[in-house]
Design a protein around this ligand. Sequence first.
Ligand code: SAM
Ligand code: SF4
Ligand code: SF4
Length: 386
Amino acid sequence: MSERVIPLVDQRHTGFRTPAAALSTDQLIQPNGLLTDTLGRPLSDLRISVTDRCNFRCSYCMPKEIFDKDYAYLPQSALLSFEEITRVAKVFVAHGVKKLRLTGGEPLLRKNLEVLIGQLSALRTVDGQPLDITLTTNGSLLARKAHALKAAGLKRVTVSLDGLDDEVFRRMNDVDFPVRDVLEGIAAAREAGLGPIKVNMVVKRGTNEHEILPMARHFRGTGTVLRFIEYMDVGATNGWRMDEVMPSAEVVQHIQSELPLVQLEPSAPGETAERWGYADANGHHDPALGEIGVISSVTQAFCRDCNRARLSTEGKLFLCLFAENGYDLRSLIRQPPEGQDGDALLASAIGHIWQGRGDRYSELRATLSPDTGTGGRRVEMSYIGG
Ligand code: SAM
Ligand code: SF4
Ligand code: SF4
């Protein structure tokens, strides 16, 4: 029995707001692909959580003591259907979204996900371009599904893997899942053409920092981009402590001690990862050796360029990974006010909500209580999507 007492406030069914202006037909906002928020940030990236369930119990995300057999996951009827997701995504795309990331929970647990991918890949950006559609997965079902996902129109995958040592990894996923099967999933994704593949490793001090170098050695020169993520204070159940965060600067320094790195330019505005390339004997980046990324959500906030919106499994719009409340889009889709065009209203609501956005939690974190941030009432990452 764990002695840890974890405050759990279920934010899923409470506190959802939809601003009055968002529903006003006098001030309808029509999408023109140029939406910006109060800080001038465009809306170009939508993360869609397709399930709140997962077959892993990573302690930093879905600790076993909370997400046990009695945990009340969302009922099937609460989930947005594929048609509803596609309809909402289409409106976001009209507002300027170019990139869609499917996530969860574990997205590959959602039945027939490739059908959704097929529907989403038929959408076009405001410039008439295909969307960049990607997926974040724990890799457990990837070996089985990679080809079908690619055939449906998925472009790339990001696979999470927290170490190569089987004992460490089995302990971190807390369901005794072996490293070998995730590596097979990565190999299948590569073979299916779902590249360039990214691998996400959450670094938790005292748990897996000794896996940093083995992971770097393993993926160096393979074309797979390994990204180290600072352990974040998301949700309210993971018992986050600052002393378990290993700052990215330390990760880079640790790798540099054996494998020289040079800093690279960001690949796109709003890019979350800082890029470092493996250097050749002359200290220049050697593309054949590839690169790593570090995501410093805790020690170096990147809110200034944050262009990401999140759609939860039940159709709530969240403006920040650390938000406490979401906006209910599902009721707008399922029960639009009588006599009104649901899609026009949805587009206008999204427009108003994004125009009013001022979220920048990571920038403000330092001014909040050091261990609990806003007080631990935030939604869980498994619900909102990473
Ligand atoms: N189940 C899939 C997976 O693990 O890739 C997708 C959902 S998961 C919530 C998305 C990403 O969030 C994963 O890469 C995971 O490692 C990361 N993540 C979850 N909890 C985190 C935390 N507390 N700090 C940093 N990253 C976290
Ligand atoms: Fe599941 Fe991903 Fe969360 Fe791990 S990080 S518990 S794999 S949703
Ligand atoms: Fe974006 Fe919120 Fe993360 Fe800042 S803290 S980068 S606003 S999701």
